[in-house]
Design a protein around this ligand. Structure first.
Ligand code: PEP
Ligand code: CO
Length: 449
């Protein structure tokens, strides 16, 4: 028997230190909520999780490409049909652009239906001269800048569960019920984007696809098939609040294996991946595909040891490394990491998050990111992998389908002064729909067959 089967269970993380947990003021209430969630149905199913892992295994070799994206921090108040639809639409558009250019399946994974928990660099923040607890995501406390509103409330986890279920329900309806059919590729283009250069480029691509579908029909090939009528779409979030994750961890009746059924894919944040910490302990025992964020402050031997612990069998598709070094840091950090991984023969999906290490404060005082820095990190990511002989297997974005003004630059050259026009994020700045499309077109130049 391996050590894992001897010691791991879904609660064993409780014997380790868990960083970044809200300080729930009432333990009894917390326990009651966890008990309620434990009795509720799983949000996703083991078979779906296994399916995603198979697709990610293909991305390890370059036979598929991972597109992961969504809000930095989902908000309860934004759990509405239009918001869910717009996020899905922009991801579907990006996926079409990338599939067409790359000639390989694009695995679509949303930061959605549960991305309600946030790690913070500080426990408190100062608002109007008063120090109050930091916002830790809608599943912990409220963004409202008041002491009272920032006290964590476990009931919020229950609400997060139900809203995740509602979101998933709509996503399933959209992706299975015809909305995501390739025949509707034109309909995903948004009104406010249509007239932009990006919107027009997308229209041209959509026309080509429609013509190809018409051609198939004309010569008698049926396009009434699931591959064209439905989309495969998966969910993900940072596995942060371990009580919640444990409550949704279930044993698959067909295999006896354990899965965290709060989402298909879970990732470990850059701040919570301590080898002897609770997050690694918890995640090593669930069989979901796992992402791991790696920022500039990492130790290569430590990363190797974590991977060994999370994926002792070296199963392809289990681990995606999401590097986030910044446009200025990537050349310093990525090549060494790649070489160390190659030496050990670890099978991983190499993914780039070009958002998190390119954040800065604009002259207007807003936390922002520059489109050009994001693009520069991505370009380096591809170039470094090509020169090292490894596979750039995916990208990870904070984005929204809405017309926000949170990141500067892009084709419209959004400037600092415009940030306040529609700066809606409660956490990190996201690419808007048009910037997201532009990013996809840029990447398509890098992955072109
Ligand atoms: C995030 O993805 O929102 C996040 C907090 O990332 P990281 O752990 O890389 O800082
Ligand atoms: Co973020």
């Amino acid at each position: 028997m391996t050590q894992k089967t001897v010691t791991w269970n879904k609660s064993s993380w409780q014997n380790y230190t868990a960083l970044q947990q809200p300080k729930w003021p009432d333990q009894e209430k917390f326990n009651q909520v966890i008990e309620s969630i434990s009795a509720l149905p799983p949000l996703v199913f083991a078979g779906e999780i296994r399916e995603l892992k198979k697709l990610l295994a293909k991305a390890v070799n370059g036979d598929a490409f991972l597109l992961q994206g969504g809000d930095c921090s989902e908000e309860f108040a934004n759990c509405t049909a239009p918001n869910i639809r717009e996020t899905l639409k922009v991801l579907l558009q990006m996926a079409v652009i990338l599939t067409y250019a790359g000639g390989k399946p694009v695995v679509k994974v949303g930061r959605i239906a549960g991305q309600y928990a946030k790690p913070r660099s500080s426990d408190t923040e100062v608002v109007d001269g008063v120090e109050i607890p930091s916002y830790r995501g809608d599943m912990a406390n409220s963004i409202e800048p008041a002491e009272e509103a920032r006290i964590p409330d476990p009931e919020r986890m229950l609400k997060g569960y139900y809203l995740s279920a509602s979101t998933l329900n709509l996503l399933r309806a959209f992706t299975r019920g015809g909305f995501a059919a390739l025949h509707r590729v034109h309909a995903w283009n948004q009104e406010f984007v249509k007239q932009s250069p990006m919107g027009r480029s997308y229209e041209r691509l959509a026309n080509q696809l429609s013509q190809a579908l018409d051609f198939m029909e004309t010569i008698g090939i049926s396009t009434d098939i699931p591959q064209l009528k439905q989309a495969q779409f998966f969910t993900s979030h940072e596995a942060l609040f371990l009580g919640y994750e444990e409550a949704l961890t279930r044993q698959d009746s067909t295999t006896g294996d354990w899965y965290d059924c709060s989402a298909h894919m879970l990732w470990i944040g850059d701040r919570t991946r301590q080898i002897d910490g609770a997050h690694i302990e918890f995640l090593r025992g669930v069989l979901n595909p796992l992402g791991m964020k790696i920022g500039p402050k990492h130790d290569i031997d430590d990363i190797l040891a974590i991977i060994e612990k999370l994926n002792p069998e070296n199963e392809p598709g289990r681990i995606s490394l999401i590097t986030r070094f910044g446009a200025k840091g990537i050349e310093q950090y990525l090549p060494q990491l790649i070489r160390a991984m190659k030496k050990e023969g670890h099978h991983v999906v190499w993914t780039c998050d070009p958002m998190h290490a390119n954040t800065f404060t604009a002259t207007s005082g807003h936390k922002t990111r520059n489109f050009d820095d994001i693009l520069a990190e991505l370009r380096c990511f591809f170039e470094i992998h090509w020169s090292e002989g490894t596979v750039p297997g995916g990208v990870h974005f904070e984005l929204t389908g809405n017309n926000v003004t949170e990141c500067v630059g892009g084709a419209r050259q959004l400037v600092d002064d415009q940030l306040s026009e529609k700066y809606l994020t409660t956490c990190d700045p996201r690419l808007n729909a048009e910037q997201s499309l532009e990013m996809a077109f840029q990447i398509s130049e890098m992955i072109r067959r």
